[in-house]
Design a protein around this ligand. Structure first.
Ligand SMILES: O=P(O)(O)OC[C@H]1O[C@H](OP(=O)(O)OP(=O)(O)O)[C@H](O)[C@@H]1O
Ligand SMILES: O=c1cc[nH]c(=O)[nH]1
Ligand SMILES: [Mg+2]
Length: 210
């Protein structure tokens, strides 16, 4: 498993506004989409391409196109939905599948309440989107689900991670073809399982449910 933490002043700047508790939902949603576009640049570094011949107005040339089978983008509902538009802007030909997961706020165990994905993911490259990697339970369950269906490699793109959760993901998925791309790794998890300093509950802030 590989981990890449973005190191770019624009990402840190946008993250700062995202963290601020006075940032209202509409601005929060736009920032999540913008951050996704910046993180997608790094997250899609390993996207599979194949050669294609074209003719420019000047000469014949060989370039590349996104290889078949198409990559599959999997936002984890709800909060991952806020990242979807930013990702499909960069990978417009990708297929999109959905996983609905909710963490029990007492036990911190994730449950999957919705799934709309191809039955067979053999040979598919998958991109999982979820802004928050806290205990890591949700991301581990999501990635294991995709690998069991046959996905060859999985890249997870998250905006924030707690070091404890990142370590749990690394332990669970050691030796697997998995990459985790992060906007930042914060200080710690608190006793309620929230990322510190974090940004609060991403789903609530995206969809105004507090
Ligand atoms: O790493 P973990 O400890 O599993 O926590 C992270 C999960 O918690 C949040 O979702 P939540 O369960 O709040 O659902 P929501 O997106 O519907 O708000 C977040 O979007 C992750 O999916
Ligand atoms: O800090 C956290 C932890 C889990 N889920 C969130 O949305 N935020
Ligand atoms: Mg939530």
């Amino acid at each position: 498993m590989r981990v890449h933490v973005a190191d770019h002043p624009l990402i840190t700047h946008k993250l700062t506004v995202l963290r601020d508790q006075t940032t209202p939902s509409p601005v929060f949603r736009s920032l999540v989409e913008e951050l996704m576009t910046l993180l997608a640049y790094e997250g899609t570094r390993g996207v599979r391409v194949e050669p294609v011949d074209i003719i420019t107005p000047v000469a014949a040339a060989t370039g590349v196109r996104i290889a078949e089978p198409k990559p599959l983008i999997v936002p984890i509902l709800r909060a991952g939905l806020g990242m979807l538009e930013g990702m499909v802007k960069l990978l417009p030909t990708a297929e999109v599948g959905f996983l609905g997961m909710a963490r029990n706020e007492e036990t911190l165990e994730p449950t999957t309440y919705a799934e709309r994905l191809p039955d067979d993911l053999s040979d598919r490259q998958c991109f999982v989107l979820d802004p928050m990697l806290a205990t890591g339970g949700s991301l581990i369950a999501a990635i294991e689900f995709l690998l069991k269906r046959g996905a060859t490699d999985v890249t997870a793109i998250c905006i924030l991670a707690a070091p404890e959760g990142l370590a749990a993901v690394e332990r669970a998925l050691e030796g697997r073809e998995v990459t985790v791309v992060l906007g930042a790794v914060d200080e710690r998890l608190n006793e309620l399982g929230y990322i510190v300093p974090g940004l609060g509950d991403a789903g609530d802030r995206l969809y105004g449910t507090v």
